[in-house]
Write a new protein. Sequence first.
Length: 182
Amino acid sequence: MRWSVRGRTAKEYLMSTTKDNLVAWLRDAHAMEEQAETMLKAQYERIENYPDLKARIGEHLEETRQQAKSLESCLNRIGGGSSTIKDMAGKVTAFGQSLGGLFVSDEIVKGSLASYTFEHFEIASYRILIAAAEFAGDQQTRAVCEGILKEEIAMAKWLEDNLPVVTEAYLKRAEAEVTAKR
């Protein structure tokens, strides 16, 4: 006797569930990149006194825009499409986070901390997507996610290496009583 659920064999059901999960997680990742774009853009526009950080944020902003497009292509290829609701929720969240920086004196330090934390969230998300794509046999999605993962790791490493530099620059500016916030 063959086991079935809703008229599908166990293998068909499992693969459907795998694809459903992959699509849902790709939608989450797309929304995450939309959120990242909003946060990075706000941060980039406000940075005034930290040229190296501003340049790297600008570089990663462009990477992030391309990442969102790549994820949307994966979703379109496998029949998922992005989620307007998730994308909007991510943008609203990012907008709220960017407003929070307006009311703290150490915005540049807290923004760097938030960026470092967010990069690691993204790294974990792409590792999950790579495993899911591999399990689903979707090598194109896996390759896209591996490329994005490399960029996220590079950004996290840059932030890790530069957190002390940004912090010291902030503290020097604060002690000199010049605009240190951004």
